[in-house]
Design a protein around this ligand. Sequence first.
Ligand code: G
Ligand code: G
Ligand code: MN
Ligand code: NA
Length: 253
Amino acid sequence: RRDESDLRRALAEMQFEVHYQPIVDLNGELAVGVEALVRWRHPVRGLLGPGDFIELAETLGLMPGLGLWVLREACAQAVVWQQDNPGFKVNVNLSATQLSSPELTDEVGAVLADTGLPPNSLVLELTESMALTDLTESARVLGSLKTLGVRIALDDFGTGFSSLSHLGALPVDVVKIDKSFVAAMRETTANGSVAEAVLQIARTFNLAPVAEGVEDEVQAALLRELACAEAQGYHFARPMPAAELTGLLSRQS
Ligand code: G
Ligand code: G
Ligand code: MN
Ligand code: NA
């Protein structure tokens, strides 16, 4: 219960920060957008990642509120970056409870209206396993979000499906190729072909692929060969505070 009161206090005092990891164009290696990743600046334990608190926040029913705060923060920040980087995109993760909230579309619409972010600059990420829990309901919710003009990304793509039928059923625009496939690429051609196969599936369904977890130039080069346009990973940049990303953007433009 110690953790619970800590987390409730953290929300009351807003001890959270949003960090941003660049998503780069694999050809120019310029940042074309970011993924927003929440952090908890814990007064005693230091900077904590989502792995340390998202599950508890979700269990305690705190995630819709925290998720909405992250969304608002990230959209407002993206508007600032767009001043010098036209078309700059921001990806924001949705939790399972956010996805099942009847208020989600109205809330996202309100954040877009309040911040002035063009809707097509916002990419909402949900994991494939979340989307597949109730396919009919997911299709309805995502369809509703799409009426706002936002884009939808399937996170951890390739790890969740037992059949491909959902790809036709869901109004998805982007797939984030899971880092396990990217990590396996350099090893053998047999493994490499898994990433290739996943990219082929993306292409077949007209989904824009973003490779995750790119850690070295070998992987980047292989992905370029496979005509994957965009990527994210430590090879390009780690998640960083907004001010640092502003510096990075000013050096590239
Ligand atoms: O930041 P890190 O790379 O440790 O993120 C770990 C996971 O936590 C990511 O896969 C991401 O999906 C999830 N995550 C990060 N920020 C958020 C957020 O704001 N909301 C939700 N629901 N998940 C997040
Ligand atoms: O939303 P998702 O769960 O995919 O979040 C991405 C996670 O992957 C974050 O926790 C982020 O810190 C992490 N990450 C980002 N780039 C890399 C990378 O190059 N290698 C590894 N191992 N993890 C990464
Ligand atoms: Mn993500
Ligand atoms: Na992922």
